[in-house]
Write a protein that binds this ligand. Structure first.
Ligand code: KG4
Ligand code: ZN
Length: 376
């Protein structure tokens, strides 16, 4: 098991703003972080369960839940120690309450509720996707509204973000999520697990022009995606080869990644144009979620945004993949609007971002927080 302090910011003196403990246990990362407002990450710890799931080639929900249970308490202790705070210094506790693997989500939510109950603190049930969606406000102090491309292992969607809890969906995938396509392609090419970083690494050595793979939805109106045909095309291309060496794997990975980049750019172009009409401003385009860690995709989307007269922003790499700083920050965003959740809040395996509108705070101010004191 790996333990890495991620994206921790350095600062000489502390203000006396709100301090929130965040917990993330919705997939295969056990994470705890302490974040403060004005935006500042005091600690941000992620325990990856990669080694436990690797033999199975994917995340095993039962193993994930047990592992969260085994490690979360001591990780919280460490995060609090590194942050230099005690429970008495906290203004709230936030935990991912969905969507995700429900056994793991229960572990984080029950732990957060227990701390909140024992200390008389407000509890915030955070939607994991909202954690990804609001991270750029923690790192860059971005104002609402913005266009969001959310690309992760389970999700691929374009949304207009109007405020905390206020999302308007422009489009989404009709089949696989883009991270899932990376993971499946990695398996097909024997690149191992986890798939996204492995495909990116292999693609960097490959020739993207060698295989003519499809670019599903390219040139179609709207903002929807489809990736299952692309994955099938990778399989057929591999099966059609006489020999399969590292060269072939690299060329197929590069061709796959180039197709994904073109499709994402095409869909984002439509979304940016719609956003410009609806909100009277060009972007900005925010790319978030695990797949946003991919440098080639970031570069392609930056070029596209600039061609459309918009800025492109993506969180620093350590805050793209799952972490608890984004959960603590989403908690802060809600708490400072006076929103928290009852201790009987039920975790949700499925929880689309648009459903948050039902518990959205009033659209008070669109003002952004001041940017973080130091960038991560
Ligand atoms: O956001 P995340 O950490 O977890 C979910 O909420 O799903 O995203 C994980 C996904 C995985 O599918 C992983 O393969 C993908 O993000 N990913 C990448 C890269 N790093 C992680 N995909 C492409 N290139 C990367 N460098
Ligand atoms: Zn995620």
């Amino acid at each position: 098991m790996l333990s890495k302090p991620l994206g921790k910011q350095e600062r000489k003196s502390y203000g006396d703003g709100m301090i929130v403990l965040g917990l993330e246990t919705s997939c295969d990362e056990t994470a705890a972080a302490v974040v403060e407002d004005p935006p500042f990450i005091r600690s941000n710890l992620v325990l990856s369960q990669l080694d436990e799931h690797r033999p199975y080639g994917g995340v095993v929900p039962e193993i994930a839940a047990r592992s969260h249970l085994d490690h979360l308490d001591s990780l919280i202790e460490r995060a609090m120690r590194e942050a230099g705070v005690g429970f008495g210094d906290l203004d709230g506790v936030a935990a991912t309450a969905g969507p995700g693997l429900i056994g793991g989500v229960f572990v984080g939510v029950m732990t957060a509720k227990a701390i909140a109950a024992a200390r008389g603190l407000p509890f915030v049930a955070v939607n994991h996707l909202e954690g990804h969606a609001l991270t750029v406000r923690l790192t860059d102090g971005l104002d609402f509204p913005y266009l969001l491309l959310l690309v992760s292992g389970g999700h691929c969607q374009l949304l207009a973000v109007e405020g905390v809890g206020r999302y308007r969906r422009y489009g989404g995938t009709m089949d696989d999520a883009v991270g899932e396509a990376f993971d499946k392609t990695a398996k097909l090419l024997d690149l191992g697990y986890p798939g996204g970083p492995a495909v990116e690494q292999a693609a960097a050595q490959g020739d993207p022009a060698r295989f003519a793979l499809p670019k599903p939805m390219l040139g179609r109106p709207g903002c929807d995606f489809s990736f299952s045909g692309l994955k099938t095309a990778v399989r057929l291309a591999r099966e059609g080869l006489d020999s399969f060496t590292g060269r072939e794997a690299a060329d197929l990975a590069a061709s796959f990644q180039a197709s994904v980049a073109e499709v994402l750019a095409d869909r984002c172009r439509n979304a940016l144009r719609r956003f410009a009409v609806e909100y009277g401003q060009p972007g900005p385009l925010v790319v978030a979620g695990g797949v946003a860690a991919n440098a080639a995709l970031r570069a392609r989307l930056k070029t596209l945004a600039e061609a459309e007269g918009a800025r492109m922003l993506a969180p620093p790499l350590a805050l793209c993949t799952d972490n608890a700083a984004m959960i603590a920050w989403a908690g802060i965003e809600r708490l400072r609007l006076g929103v928290s959740d009852p201790l009987d809040f039920a975790p949700r395996p499925r929880w689309p971002l648009e459903d948050l509108t039902e518990r959205a705070p009033a659209p008070a101010s669109t003002a952004a927080p001041a940017p973080a004191a130091a960038r991560v």
